[in-house]
Design a binder for this molecule. Structure first.
Ligand SMILES: [Zn+2]
Length: 122
């Protein structure tokens, strides 16, 4: 979900989608609050009660919405390896081996090795 930056000492950004309010705190933690009415999000953005942080405490925290912490895991770039020379590199979407020029390369999906033999370690 897209979050909009807010002016607050404890919130960095907020987003809203179909009843789910997503809040990013300055600590870096992100929480989703469920079944939040759209007007709460609107008031939050417009700094109701004088400040975003205060409105958040009064309108969201004290309302005891169900919430979960969102673990924002960084996407690991996929590794590609060359069947020809055995080199590995970070996949850029180009299947041509940057080392030997071979086009016989594969995404290294180590969790699915059923039909592919493990590449031999150097
Ligand atoms: Zn190669």
């Amino acid at each position: 979900m897209n979050r909009i930056p807010v002016q607050s000492s404890n919130l960095l950004s907020v987003g809203y989608e179909e009843g789910i309010l997503e809040v990013e705190f300055v600590s870096g933690k992100v929480y989703k609050y469920f079944d939040v009415p759209a007007y709460v999000y609107d008031d939050l953005l417009s700094g109701g009660l004088g400040s975003v942080g205060r409105y958040f405490r009064e309108a969201v925290v004290k309302s005891n919405y169900m919430y979960v912490e969102v673990k924002e895991t960084k996407m690991e770039p996929e590794q590609r390896f060359c069947n020809e020379c055995g080199e590995r590199w970070t996949d850029t979407g180009d299947f041509k081996c940057p080392f030997c020029g071979s086009q016989d390369t594969e995404i290294d999906d180590s969790e699915d090795t059923d039909d592919e033999p493990e590449p031999i370690a150097a």
